[in-house]
Design a protein around this ligand. Structure first.
Ligand code: 5GP
Ligand code: MN
Length: 322
């Protein structure tokens, strides 16, 4: 039996399920989590959707997002926990690893190559452009009816994790699935408006304040931007509004590695890494305890901003010649 069939069979009979994903949630983890949540609820299962962080404003159109609760509000953990788009249990937030011992079974569905296969059942496919692709395959195998709401969630996962169908990870399979989800009634006007036509003004002010920090090294092959807490405060932004800024340094001609450094409220530095053709940024992030994909990865480091910048830029520069 394939991983997909095994997971589908388990979910087909599950009556009580928890679904959770990583902190600082993005479109793919939320879309994947909610598609699964809604589809299982349609089958009559009781499903609790858990995330330690609030849903960013740009994803507040996702059906079912209003039912997501933080771990502290879960009074009784169901026997089955499904983790989606999450490389390891720590990525789900402080202390989430403790849940491992409080549930009977963990299903782990992810497309990150750095996934630690922490589940009892694991579906990890680094070829998938988004975890939403894998959720679709499981829903098809159960089988469940893909409603317009479920299609909206899955389409969001595909669109956001492929940078609007631009990245190397986007395949003919991804585009076929996107077309299929459109046919099944994905709410395109809502998706378009929230993802691309409804940016809060302060996020544009943050872009304006951040672009002057652009710095290049290694003959223009590594480029980065920095977002300090002072900039966030001055523009009225949270760390989530810096999402996507890393694409500016990467988009420059001649740049192989684009980086974004963000100061987090607790004094740590969150780094986003992107590459074009050569550098495996999953490996670079791995040097600092992070991970992700070959062309998009992240890590969080303690320390002063300048020190962290120097360390990560040096590692990216070294990777150019590997
Ligand atoms: P982003 O830079 O957009 O936050 O993340 C890029 C990719 O790297 C995403 O697939 C994300 O899940 C992964 N990623 C980001 N930060 C971390 C981290 O601290 N640890 C791990 N393992 N993966 C990360
Ligand atoms: Mn993803």
């Amino acid at each position: 039996m394939s991983d997909i069939a095994r997971i589908a069979a388990t979910l087909a009979t599950a009556r009580d399920v928890a679904v959770a994903t990583h902190i600082i949630p993005d479109g793919d983890c939320l879309g994947s989590m909610l598609a699964l949540t809604l589809a299982l609820r349609d089958r009559g299962a009781r499903v609790v959707a858990i995330n330690a962080d609030p849903v960013p404003e740009m994803f507040q159109y996702l059906p079912g997002q209003e039912t997501i609760i933080p771990p502290a509000r879960v009074t009784q953990m169901p026997p089955l926990l499904v983790m989606v788009d999450c490389t390891d249990l720590e990525r789900a937030g402080n202390g989430f690893g403790a849940w491992q011992n409080r549930v009977e079974k963990i299903i782990n569905i992810d497309h990150h190559v750095s996934n630690t296969r922490f589940g009892h059942l694991n579906l990890v496919d680094g070829q998938a452009a988004a975890t939403a692709e894998l959720i679709y395959a499981i829903l098809e195998a159960i089988p469940v009816n893909i409603t317009p709401k479920v299609a909206t969630c899955l389409y969001t996962g595909l669109a956001t994790d492929t940078g609007s169908f631009q990245y190397e990870s986007c395949t003919a399979r991804t585009l076929r699935l996107a077309a299929n989800l459109m046919e099944r009634g994905a709410l395109m006007p809502l998706i378009r408006e929230y993802l691309w036509e409804r940016k809060p003004l302060h996020s544009i002010r943050l872009l304006a304040a951040t672009l002057p920090t652009l710095t290049l090294a290694y003959d223009g092959r590594v480029a980065w931007l920095t977002v300090t807490r002072a900039t966030l405060e001055a523009t009225g932004c949270g760390p989530e509004h810096a999402e996507g800024l890393v694409n500016y340094p990467r988009s420059i001609a001649g740049v192989e590695v684009g980086l974004l450094f963000r100061e987090l409220p607790e004094g740590k530095i969150k780094v986003s890494l992107r590459s074009k053709k050569i550098v495996d940024v999953n490996q670079v992030a791995g040097l600092f305890g992070g991970g992700g994909h070959r062309r998009a990865a992240g890590c969080t480091l303690a320390g002063e901003l300048e020190t962290v910048v120097a360390r990560v830029v040096a590692a990216a520069g070294a990777a150019l010649t590997k």
